[in-house]
Design a protein around this ligand. Sequence first.
Ligand code: AMP
Ligand code: MG
Length: 335
Amino acid sequence: MADVDIRPKRIAEFIEPFYVKPGRRVRLPADFDPSGTRKVSKGQAKEILAAGVDLLSEYQDRLAAQDTYGVVIVLQAMDAAGKDGTIKHVMSGVNPQGVTVDSFKVPSAEELDHDYLWRYQRELPGRGHIGIFNRSHYEEVLVVRVHPQILAGQKLPAKMKGRGVWQRRFREINDWERYLTDQGFVFVKLFLNLSKEEQRRRFLARIDRPEKNWKFSSNDAKERAFWDDYQKAFADMLSNTSTEWAPWWVIPADDKPFARVAAAAVIANALIQIDPKYPKVGKEQLADLQVAKQTLEGEAPDGAAPDPYEAEVEEKKAGDDGDAKGKKGKGRKKG
Ligand code: AMP
Ligand code: MG
Protein backbone atom coordinates (compact mmCIF):
# COMPACT_ATOMS: atom_id res chain seq x y z
CA MET A 1 0.00 0.00 0.00
CA ALA A 2 3.10 2.17 0.18
CA ASP A 3 2.53 3.85 -3.19
CA VAL A 4 -1.02 4.90 -2.54
CA ASP A 5 -1.34 8.55 -1.81
CA ILE A 6 -4.31 9.14 0.45
CA ARG A 7 -3.36 12.51 1.84
CA PRO A 8 -6.40 14.76 2.26
CA LYS A 9 -5.11 17.11 -0.41
CA ARG A 10 -4.75 14.32 -2.97
CA ILE A 11 -8.25 13.06 -2.21
CA ALA A 12 -9.68 16.55 -2.62
CA GLU A 13 -7.95 16.92 -6.00
CA PHE A 14 -9.06 13.51 -7.17
CA ILE A 15 -12.74 14.12 -6.47
CA GLU A 16 -12.87 17.69 -7.76
CA PRO A 17 -14.15 16.75 -11.27
CA PHE A 18 -17.15 14.99 -9.70
CA TYR A 19 -18.33 18.06 -7.78
CA VAL A 20 -21.54 19.79 -8.84
CA LYS A 21 -21.01 23.45 -8.10
CA PRO A 22 -24.10 24.90 -6.41
CA GLY A 23 -26.15 26.89 -8.88
CA ARG A 24 -24.61 25.21 -11.90
CA ARG A 25 -27.04 24.20 -14.69
CA VAL A 26 -26.30 20.56 -15.37
CA ARG A 27 -27.06 18.84 -18.68
CA LEU A 28 -26.84 15.07 -19.01
CA PRO A 29 -25.02 13.30 -20.47
CA ALA A 30 -23.16 16.32 -21.91
CA ASP A 31 -21.62 17.62 -18.68
CA PHE A 32 -20.50 14.41 -16.98
CA ASP A 33 -18.91 11.50 -18.80
CA PRO A 34 -20.11 8.12 -17.43
CA SER A 35 -16.90 6.46 -18.59
CA GLY A 36 -14.78 8.90 -16.60
CA THR A 37 -11.65 10.58 -17.78
CA ARG A 38 -8.86 8.69 -16.05
CA LYS A 39 -8.16 5.01 -16.23
CA VAL A 40 -6.98 3.10 -13.21
CA SER A 41 -5.91 -0.51 -13.57
CA LYS A 42 -7.79 -3.19 -11.64
CA GLY A 43 -4.76 -3.70 -9.40
CA GLN A 44 -4.39 0.00 -8.69
CA ALA A 45 -8.09 0.37 -8.00
CA LYS A 46 -7.95 -2.48 -5.52
CA GLU A 47 -5.01 -0.93 -3.74
CA ILE A 48 -6.50 2.54 -3.57
CA LEU A 49 -9.85 1.18 -2.43
CA ALA A 50 -8.15 -0.82 0.35
CA ALA A 51 -6.37 2.32 1.52
CA GLY A 52 -9.60 4.30 1.34
CA VAL A 53 -11.49 1.68 3.31
CA ASP A 54 -8.78 1.73 6.02
CA LEU A 55 -9.13 5.47 6.23
CA LEU A 56 -12.92 5.27 6.43
CA SER A 57 -12.64 2.72 9.19
CA GLU A 58 -10.42 4.98 11.28
CA TYR A 59 -12.63 8.01 10.77
CA GLN A 60 -15.77 6.06 11.53
CA ASP A 61 -14.23 5.04 14.85
CA ARG A 62 -13.56 8.69 15.67
CA LEU A 63 -17.02 9.74 14.47
CA ALA A 64 -18.59 7.25 16.88
CA ALA A 65 -16.32 8.27 19.76
CA GLN A 66 -17.05 11.95 19.29
CA ASP A 67 -20.80 11.32 19.02
CA THR A 68 -21.58 14.76 17.60
CA TYR A 69 -21.96 14.33 13.86
CA GLY A 70 -23.92 11.80 11.83
CA VAL A 71 -23.40 11.08 8.13
CA VAL A 72 -26.11 10.36 5.58
CA ILE A 73 -24.83 8.82 2.35
CA VAL A 74 -27.39 9.20 -0.43
CA LEU A 75 -27.07 6.88 -3.43
CA GLN A 76 -29.08 7.60 -6.55
CA ALA A 77 -28.71 6.02 -9.98
CA MET A 78 -30.37 4.27 -12.86
CA ASP A 79 -30.85 0.51 -12.48
CA ALA A 80 -27.67 -1.58 -12.68
CA ALA A 81 -25.42 1.40 -12.03
CA GLY A 82 -23.81 -0.42 -9.10
CA LYS A 83 -25.42 0.98 -5.95
CA ASP A 84 -25.35 -2.39 -4.17
CA GLY A 85 -21.77 -3.16 -5.18
CA THR A 86 -20.64 0.28 -4.06
CA ILE A 87 -22.18 -0.21 -0.63
CA LYS A 88 -20.66 -3.67 -0.33
CA HIS A 89 -17.13 -2.69 -1.32
CA VAL A 90 -16.85 0.77 0.13
CA MET A 91 -18.24 -0.17 3.52
CA SER A 92 -16.41 -3.51 3.71
CA GLY A 93 -13.95 -2.36 6.35
CA VAL A 94 -16.19 -0.38 8.66
CA ASN A 95 -17.64 -1.45 11.96
CA PRO A 96 -21.17 -2.78 11.29
CA GLN A 97 -22.33 -1.34 14.61
CA GLY A 98 -21.83 2.15 13.25
CA VAL A 99 -23.55 1.78 9.89
CA THR A 100 -27.12 1.26 8.75
CA VAL A 101 -28.33 0.71 5.21
CA ASP A 102 -31.88 1.55 4.18
CA SER A 103 -33.31 0.68 0.80
CA PHE A 104 -36.33 2.70 -0.22
CA LYS A 105 -38.90 0.96 -2.39
CA VAL A 106 -42.41 1.82 -3.53
CA PRO A 107 -44.01 3.51 -0.48
CA SER A 108 -46.40 1.51 1.68
CA ALA A 109 -49.96 2.58 2.47
CA GLU A 110 -48.78 3.80 5.87
CA GLU A 111 -46.01 5.84 4.29
CA LEU A 112 -48.41 7.39 1.79
CA ASP A 113 -50.54 8.45 4.74
CA HIS A 114 -47.80 10.88 5.78
CA ASP A 115 -45.88 13.77 4.25
CA TYR A 116 -43.39 12.59 1.64
CA LEU A 117 -40.27 13.18 3.75
CA TRP A 118 -41.66 11.23 6.71
CA ARG A 119 -40.22 7.84 5.85
CA TYR A 120 -36.75 9.28 5.16
CA GLN A 121 -36.73 11.28 8.37
CA ARG A 122 -37.52 8.07 10.28
CA GLU A 123 -34.43 6.28 8.96
CA LEU A 124 -31.90 9.02 9.62
CA PRO A 125 -28.82 7.82 11.48
CA GLY A 126 -28.11 9.03 15.00
CA ARG A 127 -25.02 11.01 15.98
CA GLY A 128 -21.82 9.03 15.57
CA HIS A 129 -23.45 6.83 12.92
CA ILE A 130 -23.32 6.53 9.16
CA GLY A 131 -26.64 5.90 7.41
CA ILE A 132 -26.64 4.79 3.80
CA PHE A 133 -29.76 5.57 1.79
CA ASN A 134 -29.99 3.12 -1.10
CA ARG A 135 -32.39 5.33 -3.06
CA SER A 136 -33.67 8.23 -1.01
CA HIS A 137 -35.94 11.25 -0.77
CA TYR A 138 -34.67 12.10 -4.26
CA GLU A 139 -36.98 9.42 -5.69
CA GLU A 140 -39.67 11.99 -4.93
CA VAL A 141 -38.33 14.16 -7.78
CA LEU A 142 -37.18 11.27 -10.01
CA VAL A 143 -39.46 8.25 -10.36
CA VAL A 144 -42.41 10.32 -9.13
CA ARG A 145 -41.67 12.95 -11.78
CA VAL A 146 -41.09 10.51 -14.61
CA HIS A 147 -44.38 8.75 -13.85
CA PRO A 148 -47.08 11.36 -13.17
CA GLN A 149 -49.52 8.66 -12.05
CA ILE A 150 -47.34 8.13 -8.95
CA LEU A 151 -47.78 11.76 -7.98
CA ALA A 152 -51.49 11.40 -8.65
CA GLY A 153 -51.52 8.48 -6.20
CA GLN A 154 -49.84 10.48 -3.42
CA LYS A 155 -52.66 11.74 -1.22
CA LEU A 156 -51.73 15.39 -1.51
CA PRO A 157 -54.14 18.33 -1.48
CA ALA A 158 -55.09 18.92 -5.12
CA LYS A 159 -53.45 22.34 -5.35
CA MET A 160 -50.13 20.84 -4.21
CA LYS A 161 -49.98 18.53 -7.24
CA GLY A 162 -50.21 21.17 -9.91
CA ARG A 163 -47.80 23.71 -11.35
CA GLY A 164 -44.59 24.37 -9.48
CA VAL A 165 -44.61 21.06 -7.66
CA TRP A 166 -41.01 20.13 -8.58
CA GLN A 167 -39.50 23.52 -7.80
CA ARG A 168 -41.34 23.41 -4.48
CA ARG A 169 -40.00 19.93 -3.73
CA PHE A 170 -36.45 21.03 -4.54
CA ARG A 171 -36.83 23.89 -2.07
CA GLU A 172 -38.35 21.63 0.59
CA ILE A 173 -35.58 19.06 0.20
CA ASN A 174 -32.88 21.77 0.34
CA ASP A 175 -34.46 23.27 3.46
CA TRP A 176 -34.75 19.88 5.14
CA GLU A 177 -31.12 19.04 4.39
CA ARG A 178 -30.01 22.46 5.57
CA TYR A 179 -31.81 22.04 8.87
CA LEU A 180 -30.24 18.62 9.38
CA THR A 181 -26.78 19.87 8.41
CA ASP A 182 -27.09 22.61 11.04
CA GLN A 183 -27.97 19.88 13.51
CA GLY A 184 -24.73 17.98 12.77
CA PHE A 185 -25.96 15.57 10.09
CA VAL A 186 -23.75 15.73 7.03
CA PHE A 187 -25.09 14.68 3.63
CA VAL A 188 -22.87 12.92 1.11
CA LYS A 189 -24.89 12.72 -2.11
CA LEU A 190 -23.64 10.42 -4.85
CA PHE A 191 -25.15 10.06 -8.29
CA LEU A 192 -23.71 6.99 -10.01
CA ASN A 193 -23.69 8.12 -13.61
CA LEU A 194 -24.17 5.15 -15.95
CA SER A 195 -24.36 5.26 -19.74
CA LYS A 196 -27.29 3.76 -21.60
CA GLU A 197 -25.04 1.34 -23.45
CA GLU A 198 -23.38 0.10 -20.26
CA GLN A 199 -26.81 -0.47 -18.72
CA ARG A 200 -27.74 -2.57 -21.77
CA ARG A 201 -24.60 -4.67 -21.29
CA ARG A 202 -25.25 -5.18 -17.57
CA PHE A 203 -28.91 -6.10 -18.12
CA LEU A 204 -27.85 -8.71 -20.67
CA ALA A 205 -25.29 -10.10 -18.24
CA ARG A 206 -28.05 -10.41 -15.65
CA ILE A 207 -30.21 -12.28 -18.16
CA ASP A 208 -27.41 -14.52 -19.41
CA ARG A 209 -25.94 -15.51 -16.06
CA PRO A 210 -28.25 -17.74 -13.98
CA GLU A 211 -26.79 -16.51 -10.67
CA LYS A 212 -27.62 -12.94 -11.72
CA ASN A 213 -31.16 -13.63 -12.94
CA TRP A 214 -32.72 -12.59 -9.61
CA LYS A 215 -31.32 -9.11 -10.10
CA PHE A 216 -33.31 -8.51 -13.26
CA SER A 217 -37.01 -7.76 -13.35
CA SER A 218 -39.14 -7.02 -16.37
CA ASN A 219 -39.86 -3.69 -14.70
CA ASP A 220 -36.17 -2.75 -15.19
CA ALA A 221 -36.60 -3.03 -18.95
CA LYS A 222 -39.77 -0.92 -18.75
CA GLU A 223 -37.95 1.80 -16.83
CA ARG A 224 -35.16 1.78 -19.39
CA ALA A 225 -37.69 2.93 -21.98
CA PHE A 226 -37.95 6.17 -19.94
CA TRP A 227 -34.17 6.72 -20.09
CA ASP A 228 -34.32 10.23 -21.55
CA ASP A 229 -36.98 11.36 -19.08
CA TYR A 230 -34.83 10.09 -16.23
CA GLN A 231 -31.74 11.88 -17.55
CA LYS A 232 -33.72 15.10 -17.64
CA ALA A 233 -35.05 14.55 -14.14
CA PHE A 234 -31.55 13.75 -12.83
CA ALA A 235 -30.10 16.83 -14.54
CA ASP A 236 -32.77 19.06 -13.02
CA MET A 237 -32.27 17.47 -9.60
CA LEU A 238 -28.50 18.12 -9.80
CA SER A 239 -29.08 21.70 -10.96
CA ASN A 240 -31.49 22.50 -8.14
CA THR A 241 -30.35 20.51 -5.13
CA SER A 242 -26.57 20.77 -5.17
CA THR A 243 -26.12 23.25 -2.34
CA GLU A 244 -23.27 24.70 -0.30
CA TRP A 245 -24.38 22.58 2.64
CA ALA A 246 -25.19 19.39 0.74
CA PRO A 247 -23.57 19.23 -2.71
CA TRP A 248 -23.96 16.45 -5.25
CA TRP A 249 -21.09 14.38 -6.61
CA VAL A 250 -21.42 12.71 -10.01
CA ILE A 251 -19.50 9.45 -10.04
CA PRO A 252 -18.58 7.99 -13.45
CA ALA A 253 -20.15 4.54 -13.12
CA ASP A 254 -19.37 2.66 -16.35
CA ASP A 255 -16.16 1.28 -14.87
CA LYS A 256 -17.04 -0.49 -11.62
CA PRO A 257 -13.60 -0.51 -9.94
CA PHE A 258 -13.17 3.18 -10.69
CA ALA A 259 -16.66 4.03 -9.43
CA ARG A 260 -15.95 2.33 -6.10
CA VAL A 261 -12.70 4.18 -5.63
CA ALA A 262 -14.35 7.47 -6.51
CA ALA A 263 -17.27 6.87 -4.13
CA ALA A 264 -14.91 5.89 -1.31
CA ALA A 265 -12.87 9.03 -1.95
CA VAL A 266 -15.89 11.34 -1.74
CA ILE A 267 -17.05 9.71 1.49
CA ALA A 268 -13.53 9.84 2.93
CA ASN A 269 -13.31 13.51 2.01
CA ALA A 270 -16.53 14.25 3.88
CA LEU A 271 -15.20 12.55 7.01
CA ILE A 272 -11.90 14.39 6.70
CA GLN A 273 -13.85 17.65 6.58
CA ILE A 274 -15.77 16.71 9.71
CA ASP A 275 -12.45 15.70 11.29
CA PRO A 276 -14.01 13.96 14.28
CA LYS A 277 -11.75 13.80 17.34
CA TYR A 278 -11.55 11.30 20.16
CA PRO A 279 -12.93 12.95 23.28
CA LYS A 280 -10.20 14.33 25.55
CA VAL A 281 -10.10 12.79 28.99
CA GLY A 282 -10.05 15.33 31.80
CA LYS A 283 -7.52 15.59 34.65
CA GLU A 284 -9.87 14.01 37.15
CA GLN A 285 -10.60 11.08 34.90
CA LEU A 286 -6.88 10.56 34.24
CA ALA A 287 -6.28 10.41 37.98
CA ASP A 288 -9.10 7.83 38.27
CA LEU A 289 -7.42 5.75 35.59
CA GLN A 290 -4.15 5.75 37.57
CA VAL A 291 -5.93 4.59 40.73
CA ALA A 292 -7.60 1.76 38.79
CA LYS A 293 -4.25 0.83 37.26
CA GLN A 294 -2.62 0.49 40.67
CA THR A 295 -5.45 -1.70 41.93
CA LEU A 296 -5.25 -3.98 38.89
CA GLU A 297 -1.46 -4.23 39.15
CA GLY A 298 -1.82 -5.17 42.79
CA GLU A 299 -3.97 -8.13 41.75
CA ALA A 300 -1.22 -9.69 39.58
CA PRO A 301 -0.77 -13.40 40.42
CA ASP A 302 2.71 -14.74 41.24
CA GLY A 303 5.01 -14.69 38.27
CA ALA A 304 2.78 -12.46 36.15
CA ALA A 305 3.84 -9.00 35.06
CA PRO A 306 1.99 -6.35 37.10
CA ASP A 307 0.88 -4.76 33.79
CA PRO A 308 1.19 -7.32 30.96
CA TYR A 309 0.14 -4.80 28.34
CA GLU A 310 2.83 -2.32 29.33
CA ALA A 311 5.39 -5.14 29.41
CA GLU A 312 4.42 -6.19 25.90
CA VAL A 313 4.76 -2.66 24.56
CA GLU A 314 8.19 -2.25 26.22
CA GLU A 315 9.38 -5.55 24.82
CA LYS A 316 8.22 -4.69 21.35
CA LYS A 317 9.91 -1.32 21.50
CA ALA A 318 13.19 -2.92 22.54
CA GLY A 319 12.88 -5.44 19.68
CA ASP A 320 12.17 -2.72 17.13
CA ASP A 321 15.18 -0.69 18.26
CA GLY A 322 17.41 -3.75 17.88
CA ASP A 323 15.96 -4.34 14.41
CA ALA A 324 16.58 -0.80 13.34
CA LYS A 325 20.22 -0.99 14.38
CA GLY A 326 20.74 -4.31 12.65
CA LYS A 327 19.07 -3.52 9.32
CA LYS A 328 19.05 0.25 9.23
CA GLY A 329 15.29 0.42 9.23
CA LYS A 330 14.87 -1.89 6.27
CA GLY A 331 11.62 -3.81 6.28
CA ARG A 332 10.47 -2.48 9.59
CA LYS A 333 6.82 -3.10 10.11
CA LYS A 334 4.59 -0.71 11.94
CA GLY A 335 2.42 -2.41 14.53
P1 AMP B 1 -35.10 -1.69 -6.27
O1 AMP B 1 -34.25 -0.61 -5.69
O2 AMP B 1 -34.56 -2.23 -7.56
O3 AMP B 1 -35.45 -2.75 -5.31
O4 AMP B 1 -36.49 -1.01 -6.72
C1 AMP B 1 -37.20 -0.20 -5.88
C2 AMP B 1 -38.27 0.47 -6.69
O5 AMP B 1 -39.01 1.36 -5.84
C3 AMP B 1 -37.73 1.30 -7.84
O6 AMP B 1 -38.41 1.00 -9.01
C4 AMP B 1 -38.00 2.72 -7.38
O7 AMP B 1 -38.20 3.59 -8.46
C5 AMP B 1 -39.23 2.56 -6.53
N1 AMP B 1 -39.39 3.66 -5.61
C6 AMP B 1 -38.52 4.09 -4.69
N2 AMP B 1 -38.98 5.19 -4.04
C7 AMP B 1 -40.19 5.45 -4.57
C8 AMP B 1 -41.17 6.46 -4.35
N3 AMP B 1 -40.99 7.41 -3.44
N4 AMP B 1 -42.29 6.42 -5.08
C9 AMP B 1 -42.47 5.47 -6.01
N5 AMP B 1 -41.60 4.49 -6.28
C10 AMP B 1 -40.46 4.48 -5.57
MG1 MG C 1 -34.19 -2.95 -9.34
